[in-house]
Write a protein that binds this ligand. Sequence first.
Ligand SMILES: [Zn+2]
Length: 161
Amino acid sequence: LGRQCSVCEHPDRRDVEQRLTAGETLASIAASTGLNRMALSRHRRDHSPIWLSKVTQVSERSSGTVRERIEALVARIENVMSDAEVGRRASVVLQAARELRMSLETLGKLTGELDERPTTVVNVVESQEWREVQTALLGALAPFPQAKLAVVAALAPLGAS
Ligand SMILES: [Zn+2]
């Protein structure tokens, strides 16, 4: 791993790694370390374990149910996203966001939150409970005709009769 890579072999590799993570430009890092920009670019693409390892190793390391593992994965991806956001690494953020969305979708299906069947719209006005409330309300307002009229007027747009 990292053979013949001047960045990997650089004595200040950790420092370079951190600056890459932080989103510092290759030109700037190259200028202060004497490293080659192409080498930095290649290293970042091929050797930099910054975020890929965080994301991909989760499923192998974690134990537990599928749901627990996905939840762990989501947490890790969120960490990666905030790291990447701090470093303004847009492509990493987008990639992590995509991972996150897929993981959340899977999790949602597992937990039933993303049940794809159409949800039933409950029409309160049509319900038996509502009719009872309405009857009780209007009954209680019987001694107060003006208030009763006001309530009836307020309920009219809801389709109450
Ligand atoms: Zn390297």
